[in-house]
Design a protein around this ligand. Sequence first.
Ligand SMILES: C[S@@+](CC[C@H](N)C(=O)[O-])C[C@H]1O[C@@H](n2cnc3c(N)ncnc32)[C@H](O)[C@@H]1O
Length: 410
Amino acid sequence: MREARDWEERMEASGCWPEVSAWVRAVMVGQVPRHRFAPDVVWVWDGRAWVGVERGAEPRRWAAAVYGGPYESTVTQVLDGLPSSSLSCGSVVADMLDSLTLRPGDRVLELGTGSGWNAALLAARAGVGCVVSVEVDAGLAADARGRLDSARLGVDVHTGDGAAGWADGAPYDRVIATYAVDVVPWAWVAQARPGGRIVTPWGRLGHVALTVADDGQSASGWVQGLATFMPSRGVDQGVEWGQIPRDGGVETEGSFPFPVGELGDGNLLFALRVLSPDVRITVRRSGDGATAQLHDGRASWAVLTDGVAVQGGPRRLADEVSEGWLRWGSAGRPSLYDFGITRTPSEQYVWHEGADGVRQRWEPTAPTNSVHAADPITSTGPASTLLSRTGTTPGTPSATSTQLPPSPLL
Ligand SMILES: C[S@@+](CC[C@H](N)C(=O)[O-])C[C@H]1O[C@@H](n2cnc3c(N)ncnc32)[C@H](O)[C@@H]1O
């Protein structure tokens, strides 16, 4: 297929093929091409709504949507007008497989089967019968099972809440999630072997790779890269910018001491996300200046322009961000790759390792609205609560910063 060949070349030109894990390219373009797992209807944004494109009716347009580009995901399911499953963009699929350091013969648990493509990639490397995958949506799970069975890759697909992992198949050498969690479910650590690796999108910005300790009582590891994944279904994401009530507290105008345009720096954004996990920041540039919109998905908001902060609602978000920005500056402006996460049975914390090799915890600077941030241990709801909508509408200021390197909702 012409689109598939172009896509491979654009992945190459963008430096998306991992150098060390050469197998990733081989399976993604050779053994298990993306289009074999794409459903007959994929969804594209027409400027106002998501519209279906049928493979049979519009084969070229369908292929173009499946192979949009290295940084473009392909929406494979829309519920209530919003994307609820997608084929993640090629660059991040490759990056996460690289982070997983998957070896032939490894037993793998995948959470978020979706179309089944990533499960197929895992099985092509690990081997037939080595992969178990859990998908919360029964219809998606059934379709993926059919595709995986046709490919004879021996992937065991189950319907359920990925937060519980899949105990019957444990222990696993590798665990990989393709939806975002704020807190890594303890089940994933408990079901992995000591020395095993867990790769998962974390929060709104990055993906992490954790290694399970020898005693199995913790898992710890570094941030690996930027990625903005769909959150776990059922986790309340709050409201979008336009729905934040403007009458929920005192509105004040004051000075803002930092250049707002710098909020386009992924490293700064990452540090702010660590310190204020539920604050979403969207930056817009116009002419020489930049404007940032901040909100907490509930009732607090702020608008920052160079020198001025207007803020409203019960929290002072501009002040929180100033405090976080100061902290990032005094820590030597660390890169997001200087951060890591540790999960134990009782808590999850984020740390930053300085040039001296000393690790310091970074705790949120203010109480947040996020159930995940407030109570990491009870953060994962039961499958019966997995009903709410997920996804983000293009053009709407959202949890996704628009100023990072391409960071689609995957
Ligand atoms: C980005 S898509 C997955 C892409 C998939 N790996 C593929 O190759 O098509 C995320 C998937 O995670 C699923 N999901 C979201 N929350 C989940 C949960 N708590 N447990 C299991 N699956 C979940 C969604 O239904 C969706 O299919």
